[in-house]
Design a protein around this ligand. Sequence first.
Ligand SMILES: Nc1ncnc2c1ncn2[C@@H]1O[C@H](COP(=O)(O)OP(=O)(O)OP(=O)(O)O)[C@@H](O)[C@H]1O
Ligand SMILES: [Mg+2]
Length: 370
Amino acid sequence: MADAVVEFLLLNLKQLLLYHVDLLSGVKDQVESLHRELSLMKAFLKDSREKRSEYEYVRELVSQITVVAYEAEDIIDTFVTNAAMQKARSTVRRAFHVFDHSSMLRNVAKEIESIKVKVKEIYDKKMFGIQNLHDGESSRRSPPLKRVPIVEEENVVGFDEEAKTMRSLLTNGSEELQIISIVGMGGLGKTTLAKEVYTDPSIEYHFYNRAWIYVSQQYSRKEVFLGILDSLSLITDEMYKMNDEKLAIELSSHLRSKRYLVVIDDVWTMEAWDDLKMAFPNTASGSRILLTTRNRDVASYANPEGSPHHLRFLTNEESWELLSKKVFRKGICPLELEDIGLQIAKKCYGLPLAIVVVSGLLLKKEKTRD
Ligand SMILES: Nc1ncnc2c1ncn2[C@@H]1O[C@H](COP(=O)(O)OP(=O)(O)OP(=O)(O)O)[C@@H](O)[C@H]1O
Ligand SMILES: [Mg+2]
């Protein structure tokens, strides 16, 4: 779990630095340094994996890293989900907003610093038989991976059945490679559902090799292949020098060895699928590709025999549950606000993104009144 949390956070920070630098005025340096420090944590998590069951101290450190990664994730999440609202906000209010994030990030940085001291001590003294297996990793050029979502697991609503269906599609049925798609309009929760399934312990257990890649409208094949190789911890300096054809062969040969799951998030066109599919061998070992796409034609094209999973809208009750979780502490709404809250939730027509954005606005309003 710790590994997945840190991995997703790192990728999200990278996305912020690449695509939302305009939102980071005043905190860009902090976000960059957070990214650097977390790279060290990621390496430590990897190096310490086999020692956790043996040593209480290592376990404790891993759980501290998890907590701090969650905290950072919370702060960063507001950047990402409120990106649209941020742009519309007046300069003065934006300044306040940035100030909030800046001080929150400073607190996280302090916590990371104290963990870092302990991690460094372990490495320096070679305690618990843990060695730095990833020397130079942080200085190595990292692949230009794009957006990977951060899902606040405790806030996901209404996906129990959907997740169960997806898990079953991924783990049961043919041993042949299957392409499974989640289809639905923007903001409906395709990525959220995919992430929920991808991080499920039973799925982690079932697939030895798992990789997540965000594609979207503009992508480069090379970046996609490098991103997948990075997810699989297979990346080497030589790979950066390869062209995309060579990388596809490299990736395909690695995937051949064991059962794999690759999530390809946000595929826009059939050409994109044609571009990428050569890297995914059919090894008759129960491997799966999970695609998310807004376009049902892309889903049918990628797998003409299968039927894509069309994501449903949230019910009014689920919309209200999500709004309450987002807006009220512990998700409990004061009685006098229930009527109006229900009405607002209903007006979001079951679209989770709308509920998330409205919740953000309501929270900001509340803070302004304070
Ligand atoms: N079932 C859910 N419960 C709680 N929050 C959700 C749920 N589904 C989606 N969200 C939230 O709604 C927002 C949009 O969801 P998500 O990014 O998964 O949509 P999407 O279908 O992948 O959209 P796009 O087509 O733009 O990629 C996110 O902030 C996500 O956290
Ligand atoms: Mg998405």
